[in-house]
Design a protein around this ligand. Structure first.
Ligand SMILES: CC(C)(COP(=O)(O)OP(=O)(O)OC[C@H]1O[C@@H](n2cnc3c(N)ncnc32)[C@H](O)[C@@H]1OP(=O)(O)O)[C@@H](O)C(=O)NCCC(=O)NCCS
Length: 159
C-alpha cells in the first residue's frame, strides 16, 4: 500500500538520501551538501513542506516546496522545489498521488515550479494533471564583485 506523509525531523537521513537520488538522476549529486542539523532545522520550518511517499513503510518518492509571496498579487503561493519517484516505482501513479497531496496542502493557492526544457516526460505529466507549462530562462547568480564600474556614493540607495 502506498501512503503519503509529512516528513519530520526523524526523517533527516531518508530525506537526504531521496534528495541525493534525484540530484544524481540529474547528474548533480555533489550539490546535495546540506548537513543533518541544517536539514532538521529546515524540515521544522512552517514555510517548508516535505512529503514522503512510502510503499510498505519504504520511502519511494517525495515532493517538497517553500511558501512564497507574490508582491504583484499580494498572495501566497507554493514554490515546488522537487518532485521525485524512485526509478522502479515510476508510471504507477505515485507522482500523481504526491501532486494531489500538494494540491490539498495548497488550499487554493497557486503552485509554481521549474522543469528542465529537456524533461519532456515530466512536462507531459504536469500537463496531464492540469498545470500550464511556459518557457522562461533561469538566472543563477553566485554573487561576486559586481562587474563593470563601481557604484557612485548614494547610487545604490537610489539618491
Ligand atoms: C516525473 C515523475 C515524478 C512522475 O512520477 P510517476 O510516479 O512516474 O508519475 P505517474 O505514475 O503518476 O504518472 C506517469 C506519468 O509520468 C510520466 N513520466 C515521466 N517520467 C517517467 C518515467 N521515468 N517513467 C514512467 N513515467 C514517467 C509518464 O509520461 C506518465 O505520463 P503519461 O501517463 O501521460 O505517459 C517521475 O517520473 C520522476 O520522478 N521522474 C524523475 C525525476 C523528475 O523528472 N522529476 C521532475 C522534475 S521537475
Amino acid at each position: 500500500m502506498i501512503t503519503i506523509r509529512r516528513a519530520t525531523a526523524d526523517d533527516v537521513s531518508t530525506v537526504r538520501a531521496l534528495m541525493r537520488e534525484l540530484a544524481e538522476h540529474q547528474n548533480q549529486g555533489a550539490e546535495v551538501r546540506v548537513s543533518a542539523g541544517r536539514l532538521e532545522e529546515l524540515l521544522n520550518r512552517p514555510d517548508i513542506g516535505y512529503l514522503i511517499a512510502e510503499r510498505g513503510g519504504r520511502a519511494i518518492g517525495y515532493v517538497s516546496w517553500v511558501k512564497r509571496v507574490s508582491l504583484w498579487t499580494g498572495q501566497d503561493y507554493l514554490a515546488l522545489d522537487d518532485l521525485y519517484v524512485c526509478s522502479g516505482e515510476r508510471g504507477a501513479g505515485v507522482g500523481e498521488r504526491l501532486m494531489r497531496a500538494v494540491s490539498e496542502a495548497a488550499e487554493g493557492r497557486v503552485v509554481r515550479w521549474e522543469v528542465a526544457e529537456a524533461n519532456v516526460a515530466a512536462q507531459r505529466f504536469y500537463q496531464r494533471i492540469g498545470a500550464t507549462v511556459v518557457s522562461k530562462k533561469i538566472c543563477r547568480w553566485q554573487v561576486a564583485p559586481f562587474p563593470g564600474r563601481p557604484a557612485r556614493a548614494g547610487e545604490a540607495e537610489g539618491r
